[in-house]
Design a protein around this ligand. Structure first.
Ligand code: AP5
Length: 322
């Protein structure tokens, strides 16, 4: 689409003049040649085959390489300027995509969130990852969150709301964001609605990954994570390429490496069957009521997450386009 537009512009006399005047004197003749050639090739691609003759009839100058470099720079900056204008319009007139990825521990939020992030070009904001980073860095927030997280409890609403309030003001959230693990209580949902309404926006989609509790223990206890990227693996469902099974039938810890970087994988402190019981109590007692809170707005889409990962992803794609 863009190539076609640029081709048409290059083919127009006005662009030819402005390109030539923006280039260095030495290469302006060559640019005129290249623009003429591009116009003819554009014509060839989109209009008729006679245009090839126009290329042949142009006199080929000597400093074509320099002219090509100049022309590339001009085309690149023209495209960049046009993209900036379109982005500005988009930010001004289109609502932000504000999505909540919802589901119990082990439902697949961390598995599918990065794929939605790539697809939509908006960041995934995981409160769990942010809190774990705070714990690792030993910040005040981290000190308060550490014990409660390891036991599978919920960190206080004040802390988590404060983290999200600051994060969504950042530049990369301009076009929207995917919330993973937030809101987790009605108090958090109401605080989110309030901060969004202050800027004229609202939650646009809640994707609920629905999975029965009975399959979650196997998923959670078999999970290994690459700490830096958040990439999630599973000893049975998504093993890393390096995994070696020991004589006891369990994976050898030293063999668990990230597929992309080769760095060591780790297991989360709260990924135990004991902590999972508490995490699920919190999910059913405090988090599930959030679905009813958003249901009247028609934004809640449920996905069957109790199937193979590809099937879950297909349903997520359908839910995103609905
Ligand atoms: P958080 O990090 O948000 O954890 P969680 O919600 O418990 O979710 P998980 O990360 O465990 O699950 P997931 O859905 O991402 O699963 P994944 O895709 O990896 O929160 C941690 C803690 O932080 C909380 O307990 C709380 O203390 C605190 N916290 C965070 N936010 C808070 C808030 N807003 N308020 C208060 N406290 C907060 O999948 C799991 C495994 O299953 C993987 O190994 C994966 O490979 C595998 N898998 C995924 N899909 C499939 C499939 N379809 N089939 C087979 N295996 C699969």
């Amino acid at each position: 689409m863009y190539t076609r537009q640029i081709c048409r512009r290059v083919a127009s006399g006005a662009s030819r003049r402005s390109f030539a005047s923006a280039a260095s004197k030495e290469s302006s003749n060559s640019i005129a040649y290249l623009v003429g050639a591009a116009a003819a090739v554009g014509g060839l691609a989109y209009y008729n085959s006679e245009s090839t003759n126009k290329v042949a009839s142009l006199e080929k100058p000597k400093d074509v390489d320099q002219a090509l470099a100049d022309l590339k720079q001009i085309v690149d900056s023209t495209i960049a300027a046009e993209i900036a204008v379109e982005k500005e319009k988009f930010a001004k007139y289109w609502p932000r995509s504000i999505m909540i990825l919802f589901g119990p521990p082990g439902a697949g939020k961390g598995t599918h969130g990065p794929k939605i992030e790539n697809l939509m070009g908006i960041p995934q904001l995981s409160t769990g990852d942010m809190l774990r980073a705070a714990v690792a860095a030993g910040t005040e927030v981290g000190k308060k969150a550490k014990a409660v997280m390891a036991a599978g409890g919920l960190v206080s609403d004040d802390i988590v709301v404060g983290i999200i309030r600051d994060r969504i003001k950042e530049e990369d959230c301009k076009f929207g964001f995917i919330l993973d693990g937030f809101p987790r209580t009605l108090v958090q949902a109401e605080a989110l609605d309030k901060m969004l309404s202050e800027e004229g926006s609202a939650v646009s989609k809640v994707i609920e990954l629905s999975v029965p509790d009975s399959v979650l223990e196997e998923r959670i206890c078999g999970r290994w994570i690459h700490k830096k990227s958040g990439r999630s693996y599973h000893v049975k469902f998504a093993p890393p390429k390096s995994m070696v099974i020991g004589e006891d039938g369990k994976p050898v810890a030293e063999s668990m490496k990230d597929d992309e970087t080769g760095e060591a994988l780790m297991q989360r402190k709260d990924d135990t069957s004991t902590a999972l019981v508490k995490r699920l109590q919190g999910y059913h007692g405090e988090t599930v009521p959030i679905l009813e809170h958003y249901a009247p707005n028609g934004v809640v889409k449920s996905v069957n997450a109790n199937q193979k990962m590809n099937g879950v992803w297909s349903e997520i794609l359908a839910a995103l386009s609905r």
